[in-house]
Design a protein around this ligand. Structure first.
Ligand SMILES: Cc1cc2nc3c(=O)[nH]c(=O)nc-3n(C[C@H](O)[C@H](O)[C@H](O)COP(=O)(O)OP(=O)(O)OC[C@H]3O[C@@H](n4cnc5c(N)ncnc54)[C@H](O)[C@@H]3O)c2cc1C
Length: 407
């Protein structure tokens, strides 16, 4: 038997493995390695601190999400020359083809002053389940002062989640009647709130309308937790009372340990075929790549679908198709029961118009209730359709073009 081994059972690894199982040629098996027994629906972490979702809705036992063999252990090292993976418990797994889908992890430890014994006293993250839970308690007790959401340094996954947290916090504080006593500020190391100008203008208007202050190109030197200030490398001090920090991200530790990643442990990847650039019979998916595409679940999903198609060809000894074009799409919550659908790729600014193409009903890059319902409904679709690898109406084609279902 030949083995297809997948490292990481998050969004990309799970969609890929469940879908690939149905298309494996004879004499091939597929196994997935992940040490974490729980699958977290990460977009749901946005709603947890604001009390809008609880843990049960956004987590599932991993065993229930996988239709293939699951090896419940951490990966320790990859030896690509020997085609072997060593696990933390010293088990050695051989593979014929390897897919790395180990995601990106927030690294608060890389931000001077942020993490210490008093981490989660007045400074929080919300990109982890523990961080979002701790922030929920802090927001419940927060009635006045400076609420600062900070993108400390790229790269980060889903940077728009910082905007969403500001919008939803604004809504919550207004409902509680405390908004007049709370100043909300978004600070970001990025030069704008969004990478494409039209979308940045759109978000700029929405933030201004809600009296949310924005500071761009803020380069953090350190967080002084005693003085409760962010110190920038230019010597400015930005005070806060409650800080929500989104620290820089890196790839998994085993990538660094194995010497197969870049400086931040992301794996150099061919942007079209998703093959690892310097490794034989290794492919990379989702946040684990070094690609210049947003680290978001839709990218993980589109890449997983395309890799299934490509790998089926590859296992039948047909040439790879270079087909991934950098498509990304997601809903951005803007508060008040509205959201915005953003859809773009490498070469195109976020589309305006309607989805499905031309006819609607969901407007793109424009606030709407439908987009909000879309965002809320997506959690259900994630668990029931996307993760199990069922055919999905939206795929790797930009929403501006008709989607061609794969398989
Ligand atoms: C707050 C928040 C809001 C978001 N909102 C959106 C949104 O609205 N829309 C959107 O499209 N995206 C959103 N995202 C981003 C999206 O969730 C991620 O981009 C997506 O999950 C990436 O999928 P992945 O499979 O590459 O990585 P992950 O889903 O993170 O999976 C990586 C897996 O690898 C495993 N792993 C890591 N190291 C090892 C190891 N050593 N051994 C074994 N296994 C390992 C992990 O346990 C994990 O299961 C959001 C993220 C956050 C945090």
């Amino acid at each position: 038997m030949k083995r297809l081994l997948v490292l990481g059972a998050g969004t990309a690894g799970t969609i890929f493995a469940n879908r690939m199982r149905k298309h494996l040629p004879d004499r091939w098996t597929i196994s997935v390695v992940d040490g974490d027994p729980v699958h977290v629906y990460q977009p749901g972490l946005l709603f947890l601190p604001l009390g809008a979702h609880d843990e049960h809705r956004i987590t599932r036992p991993r065993a229930r999400t996988l239709d293939v063999e699951w090896v419940r252990e951490e990966v320790f090292r990859v030896d690509a020359d020997k085609k072997q993976v060593t696990l933390l418990d010293d088990t050695v797994l051989s593979y014929d083809v390897l897919v790395i889908a180990s995601g990106a992890r927030p690294r608060p430890d890389l931000v001077r002053g942020l993490v210490g014994e008093d981490w989660h006293r007045d400074a929080f993250d919300f990109f982890t389940l523990g961080g979002a839970q701790a922030l929920r308690h802090a927001i419940a007790r927060f009635h006045a002062g400076r609420f600062v959401v900070q993108i400390v340094e790229p790269p980060v996954k889903a940077p728009f989640a910082a905007l969403e947290l500001c919008f939803l916090a604004d809504e919550l504080f207004r409902k509680r009647g405390t908004r007049k006593d709370i100043e909300i500020t978004l600070t970001t190391a990025y030069p704008a709130t969004f990478e494409w100008p039209l979308a940045a203008q759109t978000f700029g208007r929405l933030l201004e309308a809600r009296d949310i202050h924005v500071q761009t190109s803020v380069f953090t030197k350190e967080i002084d937790r005693d003085a409760r200030v962010i110190r920038t490398i230019e010597g400015r001090e930005l005070p806060y009372d409650l800080l929500v920090a989104i620290p820089p991200h890196s790839g998994a530790a085993f990538i660094e340990r194995s010497g197969i990643g870049d400086d931040l442990a992301f794996v150099p990847t061919d942007p079209k075929t998703l093959g690892a650039k310097h490794l034989h019979e290794v492919f990379v998916l989702g946040d684990a790549t070094d690609l210049d595409v947003p680290k978001v679940g839709s990218v993980a999903h589109y890449q997983a679908e395309l890799l299934v198609e490509n790998l089926v060809r590859h296992l039948h000894k047909k040439p790879l198709l270079g087909s991934y074009e950098g498509h990304a799409s997601y809903f951005v919550e803007t508060g008040g029961g509205k959201a915005l659908l953003v859809d773009y790729d490498h070469d195109h600014e976020p589309h305006v118009g309607y989805f499905p193409t031309g006819v609607g009903p969901i407007p793109m890059l424009q606030e709407s209730r439908l987009a909000h319902y879309g965002k809320r409904a997506f959690r259900f679709l994630y668990w029931s359709g996307l993760l199990p690898g069922r055919p999905f109406p939206v795929g790797a084609q930009p929403l501006g073009k008709p989607s061609v279902p794969i398989f």
